[in-house]
Design a protein around this ligand. Structure first.
Ligand code: GCB
Length: 666
């Protein structure tokens, strides 16, 4: 809950702004022989609109130059603004904040002879964002975890200057119709609260960090350009198939060539002057395998798409290179198969969360996290509870970390949030997510929500529609949502392909009673399986743990208690993975920030690593388990193990043959 003072809702947008359609990003921006990128990260001028109505910025047209209208401070982009200053009011601010930056655009980008488009791309701004260039509105986007963009060519071409002002207003207010939903509650008892006092109510367990969380870029394409590429891969026997579809914008007259290269750059398949859709066939391809399932995980080919178009005597050429992993995903009644082999998810749930940066993208944190995941022997994670940055997803593709890709459908508890308005928005968000991540081999399943009130009667229609529409958009991947509702009353799981269930035995219920875990967990699994005969993932379990707090016998919040909870869960996991349990994802990878409450001591402490990524005792027992699971599934993991174990030398001396070829991750 965050507080503020305001006479009206902090949300309203002038109608003219709402009329401008949201502009979801097309292909992930990449440079190429025909495309240039310019990063706009760094320091932006920043001003929070603290006026009671939060509308001062719009009334005074701060998009015409916020820096001239009042005091601004330096704000890093990307980063959440909440933890950057010492100001508690900014930490808990609700409403519009304004970012402004002056950028140079090279002359060669905009001369009409260059025949280029210039696109402004925002990786993510939480939650509502309005964008202006030189005071002209170019985009409005709703939703904090997905990219959007705007073609700004005409605006910058018509400016007398090569320097341009970019303004981005961002509002973090959540309503019953946003995703995640929330509610602004006005406290009208003037004996207890100042006049106009309101709080943001949320029903999810992470801090509602806000600001520009991911990179802002300018990029160019030719005027006739590759707008989208979709690939769907399949494996039949020893043959790999890549079905592709390319859409071109700006002209209907073009020719297309596609070249597929292996990791050494050798051409392995190609199509010259082919149609915009078709198939590439590869005999005995290198398949994309998850980390620890193969000695060469995350194998990616590069699909180079080359478009040529002659328009009004001008030749336009566009090049776009898409990494492609060839793999196939299937679900049976008891198994999850990748390339026909059973895959067991031994992984984590994460958050985009770190000190100071909040949810802002930071390369050091990203790489540290991937190193810890691989140290741990984790082969997978769920993007709890929103889509993660494309930069993170790229590394999952590259390292072979399997992803359950979750949309921001978290905290859907209010019956109002099951209405048509919310459903329409949820469908739109899934469309943006599927569009962004459809080509990623690491993404093996979509999760449309986390712990919604799925016992409500309206949940039936809601999840039936949502899951059917997601499957229609992507028939190649299973769809799930994560439930904590009782198997008898849940209305949504019937539509899923895989059952994902969260439970916190001996924590939120029967607190302190470790001895009940196995019985309750066995019942949980049996009940769900008997009812639906679908494979099950334990999608969350865990215990809050203050690093350095000890007690034996274990008591809650100590490292020993977290370890004991995990060990009890492991016993039942080992029973059920013989049958239909296909995965276990610990809650959580690292401690993370939440709203303040009496149940949270400076955030959620269920991490097996602290927020600063130092291991608690649980990290070591999980690591032993995950490496054993990997070893059981396939012995090659021993080779990876050597890379991370301190006792590397010992193992290598004992088992020279296994350790002979040490693969490198880079
Ligand atoms: C859950 C939620 C997660 C919470 C976690 C907890 O069931 O899915 O968002 O953080 O429990 O620690 O309470």
């Amino acid at each position: 809950m965050a507080a503020g003072r305001c006479s009206v809702s902090p949300l309203p947008l002038p109608l003219s702004l709402l009329l401008l359609a949201s502009t979801a990003a097309a292909l992930s921006p990449r440079d190429s022989a025909s495309r240039e990128l310019k990063q706009l990260g760094g320091l932006w001028s920043f001003r929070a609109d603290r006026s009671p109505s939060r509308e001062q910025g719009f009334e005074e047209k701060w998009f015409s130059g916020a820096a001239e209208t009042g005091p601004v401070i330096d704000m890093p982009v990307p980063a959440s603004y909440n933890d950057i200053t010492q100001d508690p009011n900014l930490k808990n601010f609700i409403g519009w904040v304004w970012y402004e930056n002056e950028v140079w655009v090279p002359r060669c980008w905009i001369s009409p002879e260059a025949g280029k488009r210039v696109v402004l791309y925002v990786g993510s701004a939480h939650y509502f964002a309005v964008v202006w260039v030189n005071g002209i509105q170019v985009a409005f986007h709703e939703g904090g975890h997905l990219p959007f963009e705007a073609d700004i060519t005409k605006i910058i071409q018509s400016s007398p200057s090569l320097q341009h002002r970019i303004t981005i207003a961002v509002n973090n207010t959540l309503t019953p119709y946003t995703l995640p939903p929330g509610k602004i509650e006005y406290m009208t008892d003037t004996k207890r609260y100042p006049r106009g006092y309101f709080v943001q109510i949320i029903q999810f367990d992470f801090f509602n960090y806000a600001g520009i969380h991911r990179p802002v870029l300018l990029y160019t394409t030719p005027n006739v350009y590759i707008e989208d590429v979709t690939v769907v891969t399949d494996v039949v026997g020893v043959t790999g198939f890549i079905n592709y579809k390319v859409s071109i914008s700006g002209s209907t007259h073009f020719t297309l060539s596609l070249t597929l290269r292996d990791h050494r750059g050798q051409v392995v398949a190609s199509i010259i002057d082919g149609p915009p859709f078709g198939e590439l066939k590869l005999l005995d391809p290198n398949l994309w395998w998850p980390y620890l399932m193969h000695e060469n995980p995350g194998y990616l080919y590069n699909l180079e798409v080359h478009m040529k178009s002659k328009n009004d005597n001008t030749l336009y050429e566009d090049f776009y290179t898409l990494p492609v992993g060839i793999r196939k995903v299937q679900v049976t009644k008891t198994q999850f198969l990748i390339n026909g082999k059973p895959f067991y998810f031994h992984g984590v749930n994460k958050h985009e969360d770190s000190d100071m940066r909040g949810k802002g993208l930071d390369w050091s944190v990203i790489i540290k996290d991937f190193n810890l995941l691989r140290w741990l022997g984790a082969n997978s994670f769920r993007t709890s509870h929103y889509p993660y940055a494309e930069e993170i997803m790229d590394l999952c593709d590259k390292y072979g970390i399997v992803v359950i890709d979750e949309c921001p459908g978290v905290g859907i508890k209010n019956p109002l949030s099951f209405g048509n308005k919310s459903l329409a928005h949820h469908l739109a968000v899934m469309k943006e997510l599927v569009h962004r991540d459809k080509n990623r081999p690491s993404v093996v399943m979509w999760s449309v929500a986390n712990e919604p009130a799925s016992a409500l009667p309206q949940a039936d229609h809601y999840f039936k529609t949502l899951i059917a529409s997601t499957k229609a958009m992507d028939p190649t991947r299973p769809v799930t949502f994560v439930t904590d509702t009782d198997y008898e009353t849940d209305k949504g799981v019937q539509y899923t392909d895989v059952i994902c269930v969260n439970s916190y035995f001996s924590w939120y219920h029967d607190s302190g009673h470790l001895e009940i875990i196995q019985l309750q967990l066995a019942n949980q699994f049996e009940n769900w399986y008997k009812k639906y005969q679908k494979p099950i993932i334990q999608s969350e379990y865990g215990a809050d743990t203050i690093a350095g707090l000890h007690s034996d016998p274990p008591v809650m919040f100590t490292e020993e208690y977290q370890r004991a909870v995990l060990q009890e869960y492991f016993k039942m996991f080992d029973e059920k993975r013989k049958d239909y349990l296909i995965g276990e994802l610990i809650w959580n990878f690292a401690d993370f920030m939440t709203a303040q409450s009496v149940t949270r001591v400076d955030g959620n402490k269920k991490g097996i690593f602290t927020r600063q990524r130092q291991p608690k005792m649980a990290a070591f027992i999980l690591r032993d388990r995950y490496w054993k699971l990997a070893n059981e599934a396939r012995n090659i993991s021993q080779r990876f193990y050597c890379q991370f174990q301190n006792e590397e030398q010992d193992i290598c001396q004992r088992d020279e043959k296994t350790c002979a070829a040490k693969p490198s991750f880079q």
